[in-house]
Design a protein. Structure first.
Length: 387
């Protein structure tokens, strides 16, 4: 705050300036803006700075006169509002301050600058190309411009058609003037991808054609512009087996493709040999296992028969008893050996039959066929598979 003695001197100066340019015009008291100016001078002399500021603001609204702007800026400076004082001085410049008073304005500007540098940073921003859309901390601005900031960093973003967008965190220390020049780099032109032409003939008519999963058209398909390079072509139609082709489309050339879909006769009925084959195989193994059991049973019966050859046994059983026991054991041995042989034979046949059925089922199972479609022309079909 300027002291009372200094304020009286400034007021005297303002009173002197207030008369500039008014001689020979109509009486000052008849102009509302001039009356507000005189009231502001009175308020300023009485130390009522806030009232003087409002009065000069109102005067400026009624009459855009440089002296009102100058006096308003001076009073704002005295009240400690350096930012508004600076902006008001810029308005005084825009209102074409007379040359003989330019020194006063420059002196006041120097004082305001010193006041602001105590707790502000002064940022001067220029952006190339002209007309770029610029934001400072998200707020649109129109460069070139200068601004007083209470922060030490700001985010500047510049966008222009045909140029690479630039976003940068700018540092501007308090008490200093920081000049920033943004020169946007020209964006590289987007090159159109190379294209070729694909023509697909054949049938059936109306079959659906897709290229890399995207609908392309229907058969027959005349020359169609597509991206050059490798592509997967799928042709499908109800009642026909769909076909897939790997096609290489060359840039600026036509790639022909001929398609002949096969009718779909429906899935072939399963031959059903595998299941009974495995059942027969397992059953044969089981029967052969039972035959093995009868064989070992017959072997133990043979041991029992050999035991009857002991003379002591014959004496013990007597002739009739011996004969009856021998015939009984011999009959059991023959029955068990015969059962063992029959079971071995039946089991072996079942195992062989089961293996045969399984092998026949595998032999009749077929895989999808693969075919290659040779073509001529600018492109080529690398291969195709029907499914």
């Amino acid at each position: 705050m300027i002291g009372a003695a200094v304020r009286i001197m400034v007021v005297m100066l303002m009173l002197g300036v207030s008369g500039v340019g008014d001689r020979g015009a109509h009486a000052a008291e008849t102009k509302p803006a001039e009356r507000l100016h005189e009231a502001a001078v009175t308020a300023h002399r009485a130390g009522r700075l806030r009232q003087a500021i409002e009065l000069w603001r109102d005067a400026l609204k009624l009459d855009a006169n440089w002296k009102y702007a100058y006096n308003l800026a001076n009073t704002l400076y005295e009240s400690g509002d350096g930012k508004d004082a600076w902006a008001t001085l810029e308005r005084a410049d825009a209102l074409q301050t007379p040359e003989k008073y330019a020194g006063l304005v420059a002196e006041l500007r120097s004082k305001v600058r010193a006041l602001l540098f105590k707790d502000h940073a002064w940022l001067a921003l220029e952006v190339v190309p002209a007309g770029a859309r610029v934001t400072l901390d998200g707020v649109p601005v129109e460069p070139p411009f200068e601004v007083w900031l209470t922060t030490t960093e700001s985010t500047v973003e510049a966008v222009a058609e045909g140029f690479v967008t630039r976003t940068e965190r700018v540092k501007h220390p308090l008490g200093n003037r920081t000049e920033v020049r943004f020169a946007l780099a020209a964006a590289r032109p987007i090159e159109e991808p190379a294209r070729g032409t694909l023509r697909i003939d054949g049938g059936p008519v109306g079959a659906r054609v897709t290229m890399n999963g995207v609908e392309l058209g229907a058969l027959p398909m005349g020359p169609t512009s597509v991206l050059a390079g490798s592509a997967e072509i799928v042709v499908s139609h109800p009642g026909y087996v769909a076909a897939t082709f790997q096609v290489l489309v060359r840039a600026s050339l036509e790639t022909p493709l001929t398609v002949a879909l096969k009718r779909d006769v429906g899935p072939s009925a399963p031959n059903g040999l595998a299941t009974p084959g495995w059942v027969t195989l397992v059953s044969g193994i089981a029967v052969a296992g039972i035959g093995t059991g009868f064989y070992f049973w017959a072997d133990s019966t043979l041991d029992e028969l050999n035991a009857l050859n002991d003379p002591a046994t014959a004496v013990e059983l007597g002739f009739d008893g011996y004969r009856e026991r021998y015939n009984e054991v011999r009959g059991a041995l023959d029955d068990r050996l015969l059962a063992s042989q029959i079971l071995f034979a039946v089991g072996g046949v079942a195992v062989a039959t089961g293996i045969t059925l399984i092998l026949l089922d595998d032999a009749q199972a077929g895989d999808g066929n693969v075919h290659v479609v040779p073509i001529s022309g600018g492109g080529m079909v690398l291969g195709g598979a029907s499914f």
